[in-house]
Design a protein around this ligand. Structure first.
Ligand code: NAD
Length: 255
């Protein structure tokens, strides 16, 4: 894959375990320029350290808390001014209170529901709204989802509902932005140990189940997911939009 001359915004690197970091490594290897957005300065410091592992400089970084309209508007305005246009965005952002990720879904609080849906689903809409102002022709947006948005998976609870909303948003955004020739897709990743997934109750059991029952009899890693993200961001996927691409060792296809 050669992505020299292309610029992608990568949202959601928290540390070296982040799925977004897997995508960043893939994009960097292909020669793309990356603009990282970070929740706050703590994560910015973390990315500054990690960037040493990449070939490119990727020096321009902006803070962007997706719960703030102003932040998202400012971030993409600054990115547009700095880059002169982008070729795509990876939205790899989600959050739910740890208390909501164990036990029964009926115990979900109203505030917890709103928070999870706001950060994990609504944010894609506002990111798309601001990104399309600076997307180059053929631009592509990719988000990250999980099987828990399609099926009820123990403990995933409100995050499953958020992922269902996110996956539906992918389709509506594909319809909306398709008028301008932009594409919107999601990668549905198998379970991977990250900062976010560490908050999900009995996560070990989920990993073990994949090893036992998925066609490939193993779990996927960040780079495999990152490669699929890169494909959807690239022109190789120019005819694909509104798609949910599973990168989960085939587990989703099993009864
Ligand atoms: P992660 O914790 O490394 O990444 C989550 C990111 O979301 C962090 O960088 C965090 O800073 C960011 N974030 C949270 N609230 C934010 C806000 N208000 N504004 C901006 N950023 C905010 O975990 P991850 O597992 O790499 O998660 C990335 C995406 O992949 C998420 O959407 C997650 O649901 C999805 N996913 C993860 C798995 C898995 O098993 N790890 C599987 C399928 C899908």
């Amino acid at each position: 894959m050669n992505l020299k001359g292309k610029t992608y915004v990568v949202m959601g690197v928290a540390n070296q375990r982040s799925i977004a970091w897997g995508a960043a490594r893939a994009l960097d290897k292909a020669g793309a320029n990356i603009v990282f957005t970070t929740l706050n300065d703590r994560f910015k410091k973390q990315i500054d350290k990690l960037k040493g592992e990449l070939e490119g400089d990727h020096d321009f970084m902006v803070n962007c808390d997706v719960t703030s309209d102003e932040d998202v508007e400012r971030a993409f305005k600054e990115i547009g001014e700095h880059t002169g246009g982008i070729d795509g965005v990876l939205h790899a952002i989600a959050f739910a209170n740890k208390d909501e990720l164990k036990g029964g879904y009926s115990e979900t609080s109203r505030a917890g529901f709103q928070l999870a849906l706001d950060i994990s689903a609504y944010s894609l809409a506002i990111v798309a709204r601001e990104a399309k102002k600076i997307l180059n022709p053929g631009g592509s947006i990719v988000t990250m989802t999980y099987l828990g948005g399609e099926r009820a998976i123990p403990n995933y609870n409100v995050m499953g509902i958020a992922k269902a909303a996110l996956e539906s948003s992918v389709k509506y955004l594909a319809l909306d932005l398709g008028n301008e020739g932009f594409r919107v897709n999601a990668v549905s990743a198998g379970p991977i140990r990250t900062l976010s997934s560490s908050g999900i109750g009995e996560f070990k059991t989920v990993l073990k189940e994949i090893e036992e029952r998925a066609p490939l009899k193993r779990n996927v890693d960040q780079l495999e997911v990152g490669n699929a993200v890169m494909f959807l961001l690239s022109d190789l996927a120019s005819g694909i939009t509104g798609e949910i691409l599973h990168v989960d060792s085939g587990y989703h296809a099993m009864a």
